[in-house]
Design a protein around this ligand. Structure first.
Ligand code: C5P
Length: 237
């Protein structure tokens, strides 16, 4: 499958058309961004690590029946995916309080959230991805009640599967963001799962193993991504 025209350039990935209108190629670049894309830095190997990380995780999820858009890995940076009609809403699952939730509510970072919290955000950079709820999605037509219910159900299932994978490797899955789309009327998991879109802490040291290393200027961003990938079983070379 060949890369044709660029369809969309995101902050860390570029989407290309292919000869077949039902398929796209996602290219994971080395760019890392924060502050709604106002701060960008390139890290050697990052695109390759996230591409293989995402492929590994999506396959684990597909193995337990979660529909994903992944078709096959094409190269270090490229993956072939099914084309989805993306829903403009981000699903965030939180097991532990961190990030914007701590800032918004003034609660203590590290608080165990039982049961885990499911948040929705509108994908809109200009408005800084505002927090929304089901009612907004329905009124403004961003997602139907039926589709939201499936997205929520799948997000909790992803949490069960991935919490176990990370726990077995000595990590805590703190929170993560998923994006879904529609393919032939079915809700399918799209976009990516990588340390760019999740928070993962080392169980013993509580070290950040994810993009918070970049956000908080902690250094060793790629060292952490690589160590996390290797310890959960992603083959990088
Ligand atoms: O910033 P916040 O605490 O809401 O982030 C929750 C989780 O969602 C984090 O793992 C973060 O990396 C991810 N996220 C994301 N893209 C966004 C917002 C959050 O991947 N636009």
């Amino acid at each position: 499958m060949k890369k044709l025209a660029e369809v969309y350039r995101g902050k860390a990935k570029t989407v290309y058309a292919t000869e077949d209108p039902n398929f796209l190629i996602l290219t994971f670049r080395n760019d890392t961004s924060s502050l709604d894309g106002r701060r960008v830095q390139k890290f050697e190997r990052k695109g390759m690590i996230n591409n293989k990380f995402n492929y590994f995780i999506m396959n684990k999820l597909a193995d337990v029946g979660i529909p994903t858009q992944i078709v096959r890995l094409l190269s270090d940076h490229d993956v072939l995916v099914k084309k989805l009609a993306m829903i403009p809403v981000e699903c965030v699952l939180r097991n532990i309080a961190a990030g914007c939730m701590v800032r918004r509510l003034g609660i203590e970072e590290g608080l165990v959230l039982n049961p885990p919290i499911f948040d929705l955000f509108l994908k809109n950079d200009v408005m800084h991805d505002p927090i929304i709820n089901e009612s907004y999605c329905i009124t403004f037509g961003w997602a139907s009640a039926h589709h939201l219910s499936r997205m929520k159900q799948l997000t909790y299932k992803v949490n069960d599967i991935l919490s176990t994978i990370f726990d077995n490797a000595g990590f805590i899955l703190v929170d993560f963001k998923l994006e879904f789309g529609l393919c032939n009327g079915e809700i399918v998991l799209g976009d990516e799962f990588s340390p760019d879109v999740s928070r993962v802490w080392d169980k013993k040291t509580l070290d950040n193993m994810d993009k918070d290393r970049f956000r908080k200027n902690l250094g060793d961003v790629i060292k952490a991504y690589e160590s996390l990938a290797k310890r959960i079983g992603v083959k990088l070379d």
